[in-house]
Design a binder for this molecule. Structure first.
Ligand code: NDP
Length: 308
């Protein structure tokens, strides 16, 4: 069975940055791309806030560059997703979806998190054309426009307040008559004049003209159906960290995110590290994911030095 010094799972900014740093440090590194080569970023178009690109950069180009950079230093990038992980002893035993069995001296989990969507066909149709699950990424495109945010948790409130600073008006579509968000976040929403909360509402359909979002059709609990006109439709109904196959060996928090030790990328299993959104419910940015990938590679290097 192949024995890999540093196995990286995930091909977003966290996974590629781990591979760049680890392979450049002379550690033989293999990266499996997982279900979504390029990661969540590839669901957007232009990335305008990744440092170093004054005119913005196409998301797919950015990820292709990260991949090429990792390969330049010798990292092997392979197609496939891990489906099973036996982390009870080192080297760790990993099974890939094509049936390949691997041993890994160290493992970096950079499998990301998947934004939850409502599951409406119209929402899928307009994804990237007005439908977004990241206000920080796409809010800028809606300056002086009207947008809707779905959800009533901390993320929805935070994104609504952020968008209210850019957009002319923000609707919050909340399915109950209360927020799930913390008091502090709720108060920020209530104090923001250009946010209108639509309580007890569910989205029936995202409306569009074929080239972009123009509105949303909502169903209120009392049975009323009505339309709102919006240019952007933001989902903030939670994320799903892709960490199941590593539990219970690797400790997760109550929302399923991998717990890391202090400022490091170390998980509860020595030799297993986590980077990017799979361990980050708060920041979820390409640049923060990349930074955590860098930390993971340095932690791998230190671990290998200590455990020769
Ligand atoms: P949450 O799970 O906390 O909230 C999800 C929200 O979306 C809820 O209001 C929920 O409604 C609603 N929702 C879920 N599914 C649907 C659906 N199908 N249709 C309509 N609405 C739906 O997720 P968050 O991403 O907001 O937060 C995740 C974690 O991260 C939390 O622990 C949160 O506190 C934390 N966080 C903290 C921040 C901070 O402290 N600054 C910032 C962001 C997140 P309902 O309430 O009815 O279930």
């Amino acid at each position: 069975m192949e024995n890999i010094k540093c196995l990286v799972l995930g091909a977003g900014p966290a996974g590629y940055t781990t591979a760049i740093y680890a392979s450049r440090a002379g550690i033989p590194t293999v990266l499996y791309e997982g279900m979504e080569p390029g990661g969540q970023l590839t669901t957007t178009t232009i990335v305008e806030n990744y440092p170093g690109f004054s005119g913005g950069v196409d998301a797919n180009t950015l990820m292709a560059e990260m991949k090429a950079q990792a390969q330049r230093f010798g990292a092997q990038v392979r197609r496939g997703s891990a489906v099973k992980a036996n982390l009870s002893r080192r080297p760790f035993h990993i099974t890939i979806d094509d049936g390949t069995e691997l041993l890994a001296e160290t493992l970096v989990i950079a499998t990301g998190a998947t934004a939850k969507y409502l599951g409406l066909p119209s929402e899928t149709q307009y994804r990237g054309m007005g439908v977004s699950a990241c206000a920080t990424c796409d809010g800028f495109f809606y300056r002086k426009k009207v947008v809707a945010v779905v959800g009533g948790g901390d993320t929805a409130c935070e994104e609504a307040v952020y968008l209210a600073g850019l957009a002319r008006k923000v609707y919050m579509i909340v399915r109950r008559d209360v927020f799930r968000a913390s008091k502090a976040m709720q108060e920020k929403v209530f104090a923001t004049e250009n946010i209108e909360i639509l309580w007890n509402c569910n989205t029936q359909e995202v409306l569009g003209d074929g080239s972009g979002v123009t509105g949303a059709r909502l169903l209120r609990k009392d049975g009323t159906v009505f339309d709102i006109e919006v240019d952007g439709f933001f989902l903030a109904i939670g994320h799903h960290p892709n960490a199941e196959i590593f539990a219970p060996a690797v400790a997760l928090d109550e929302n399923g995110y991998i717990l890391t030790e202090g400022k490091s990328s170390r998980t509860s299993v020595p030799g297993v590290f986590a980077a990017g959104d799979v361990q980050d419910p708060s920041y979820r940015q390409a640049v923060t994911a990349a930074a955590s990938g860098c930390k993971a590679a340095i932690d791998v290097r230190d671990f290998l030095l200590e455990n020769k």
